[in-house]
Ligand binder design. Sequence first.
Ligand code: ATP
Ligand code: MG
Length: 384
Amino acid sequence: MRVGGDWLENANTQRVMRALEDAGYQAYAVGGCVRNALLDAPIADVDIATDALPEQVQALAKSAGLRSVPTGIDHGTITVISKGEPFEVTTFRRDVSTDGRRATVEFSRDMKDDALRRDFTVNALYVARDGTLVDPLGGLPDIRARRIRFIEDADKRIEEDYLRILRFFRFYAWYGDPDQGPDPEGLAACGAHVDGITRLSKERLGAEMKKLLAAPDPAPSVGAMAACGALAQVLAGADAQYLAPLVHLEQAHGFVPRWQRRLVALGGENPGKALRLSKAEGRYLKAVRAAMEAGKGPAVTAYMFGKDQAIDAKLVESAMFGQDLPANFLPEVERGASAEFPVKAADLMERLGTGPQLGLELTRLETLWIDADFRIGKDDLLHA
Ligand code: ATP
Ligand code: MG
């Protein structure tokens, strides 16, 4: 079977793979690019597997006139750059020992070793420079069935690296068949090992959850995570039940997925901290939650908390109450986001000076103006 596409056929990919092949080594595109090519999904970056040792990869890149960076030389990865496009070239490896997150590896000449240390069958497919597909572990039927299945023993795979629990749900969210449900054996193994999630760093959890929640419809996957206990380990108090109605509303009204909005819909205790999000991300989530609590209409919410915050708050709120969006939703949000309080401090200074009275009066008038849905003009406000 052959796999094609610009990602493989373009000059940069061909140049890097040829540099290895011309010297007598194997070179295969592997992992996400092959999986996504077979699923007709967008391809982010092209990873290459080879039996050349890292030092040999560096030397060959150099003689082909390509820049290389030893990004992960200890575990076998050299980034080779062709015309600005980076390729991670990684030597075939086998795991010597594992500790639940990181593996100690040794290099191998055998593709099958390399395939066996990967996580899922759909991620262990290889494509040669001419497009020939190599499938050492029989991942192709799983691709066709959109089945995310652990390679060999699911329990062992997870004990080697607990991050794979999160990856199982992420790949299922993006590429699985929601009608079939997650692979039962994989799901059971994830459920049996949820305690291992506490061994992962919060940054890792955050990075995985962001990617998972950005899927077109993460609800079936997050529902399965909740049912097997993984969700509670990732984010205490999180509740998956509003996610499906939220996604339904998003799709009905043409809103693009945003992980932040989906995360707000999950609730839970301090997601900013549990997932070690950035300060700005944490602030954003808090603002959306505050916007929901304020219980104002779309325009006032947008004025007080910002446009995106108001959109996300109202979408989540509507999902929670099982309602459609408020009438005239986006124009209302726009109206509030662009509203400008017409009274300035200078308008009151003559009367009130510059002391605390001034601030209090400004706040009082702004509240009046907001409560009147921004429909009182400056002159009326100054006499209110
Ligand atoms: P995407 O980049 O679209 O998220 P991907 O499959 O490329 O998906 P990466 O995290 O970039 O995912 O990893 C590349 C490949 O490396 C995977 O396809 C898989 O074969 C292997 N891999 C990555 N992380 C692990 C892991 N924790 N355990 C086993 N194999 C892994
Ligand atoms: Mg990748």
